[in-house]
Write a new protein. Structure first.
Length: 176
């Protein structure tokens, strides 16, 4: 890891059939629980280890964050849950970045669409690739933004795309 980096990660696949009435309480499904260790290993293998992990308090984001932290050997103290990441606007997410990035060179933000995609398009000066279904951030996708020697910030077009990896692409990487 060279410069200042922000990793934006959408929560893993959740269970719409869990019998939960509230969206906030929706847990991960089996595929989501399988994708997180694979994504965590990829991040770790490629030296994208955050110093701080900021998470939505929604159950699926919380589960994603805790599993990531465990698999990446991050301490529980590295995880901070921030209420306004759930159903966040672009302004909310920018405020979170500005509040929690000041003393770290690598920050991981785990949250939800459509806010995370809007944030990604706002921050990144490069064109972001879309999946077959037109999304940038599919479930459990990780977008690594590079700020070079500049501090992590929420300024428009302040970062460059270093890498976007989706769980489905891990299989392709491993077969190459």
């Amino acid at each position: 890891m060279a410069g200042q980096q922000l990793i934006i990660m959408r929560h893993a696949k959740s269970d719409w059939h869990a019998g939960i009435a509230m969206d906030f309480e929706r847990p991960l499904n089996r595929r989501g629980r399988q994708d997180i260790p694979r994504m965590a290993q990829w991040l770790k293998n490629n030296r994208y280890i955050p110093q701080r992990l900021i998470s939505s308090p929604a159950k699926r984001a919380q589960q994603t964050s805790r599993m990531l932290a465990e698999k990446m050997d991050l301490s529980e103290a590295a995880i901070i849950e921030v209420a306004n990441i759930y159903e966040a606007s672009l302004d909310d997410l920018c405020a979170v970045i500005d509040q929690y990035s000041g003393d770290v060179s690598s920050l991981l933000l785990v949250g939800h669409n459509p806010g995370l995609e809007e944030l990604a398009y706002h921050l990144c000066s490069d064109k972001l690739p879309r999946s077959d279904d037109g999304k940038c951030l599919t479930t459990a996708a990780a977008l690594i933004l590079d700020y070079g020697s500049a501090p992590i910030s929420s300024a428009a077009s302040s970062a460059r795309l270093e890498r976007l990896i989706r769980p489905k692409e891990l299989d392709q990487e491993n077969s190459d």
